[in-house]
Design a protein around this ligand. Structure first.
Ligand code: SF4
Ligand code: SF4
Length: 224
């Protein structure tokens, strides 16, 4: 999933300062899972904005709505019909969600309430870890399901750096050494020979592409 963190309230209030009627729009998928932009966070932030405005003697109106996904037009369409009542939308979606909403309502200022972070996993309650950089050429089959490109601090594909101690990365005592995990898992499976494969330097054009990347599927477009 895409992870995100809410922007500081002072930054949000500065963005919203020119507007009086604000619609806070949450997203019920990734950013709800990481407790940044779901229904609950929309309610908390909306209350905070109302309370702060009252304390400052400002008159504002804050509406709240959470749609299933801010990055899918059929869900964004649910906003049609009542966004016109507002001067601005504060999106608690990821960067893709903010842009999709702005695309559907080009005359409306759509402002980001979150800082989008990374593709991650909910490791435990309140802990999300980055584990995929969306490189466009997945090699997890060689690495026992641990991505060294993302989870090794040096992004090494051809073995560990040698600095790991007691299974911990030399760059950060809070981070397990990805290569130690890879080796332990492959040894446990009797697949250590997979590490005989030598990888050339990563082809980052599959990651960065030529401008924004896209996936086009004719079978999906035609519905066949
Ligand atoms: S190899 Fe690439 S696609 Fe696969 S998990 Fe790592 S970054 Fe993501
Ligand atoms: S200690 Fe392990 S995870 Fe850290 S940089 Fe070296 S090989 Fe990568």
């Amino acid at each position: 999933m895409i992870t995100a963190e809410r922007k500081p309230i002072t930054e949000i209030e500065a963005m919203l300062n020119p507007f009086r009627r604000i619609l806070v729009v949450g997203c019920g998928t990734c950013v709800a899972e990481c407790a940044a932009g779901g229904e609950k966070e929309v309610a908390l932030l909306s209350s905070a904005l109302r309370m702060d405005a009252r304390l400052k003697g400002r008159k504002i109106e804050v509406g709240e709505v959470t749609i299933d996904r801010q990055c899918v037009y059929e869900f964004i369409n649910e906003l049609t019909g009542f966004v016109d009542h507002y001067d601005a939308i504060l999106s608690l979606g990821c960067g893709a969600g903010v842009q999709a909403v702005a695309g559907l309502f080009p005359k409306m200022p759509v402002l980001p309430g979150l800082n989008t972070k990374f593709i991650g996993e909910t490791k435990e309650t309140g802990l999300w870890i980055e584990n995929c950089r969306a490189c466009g050429d997945c090699k997890l089959g060689y690495f026992a399901g641990v991505c060294p490109l993302t989870r090794c601090a040096k992004g090494l594909l051809n073995g560990p750096c040698g600095g790991s101690k007691n299974g911990v990365c030399e760059t950060n005592p809070d981070t397990p050494c990805a290569w130690q995990m890879i080796i332990d898992r492959l040894e446990g499976r009797g697949q250590i020979d997979l590490l005989q494969t030598i990888f050339p330097p990563v082809d980052w054009s599959k990651y960065e592409g030529k401008g924004p990347r896209k996936i086009e599927r004719e079978d999906q477009r035609s519905g066949s």
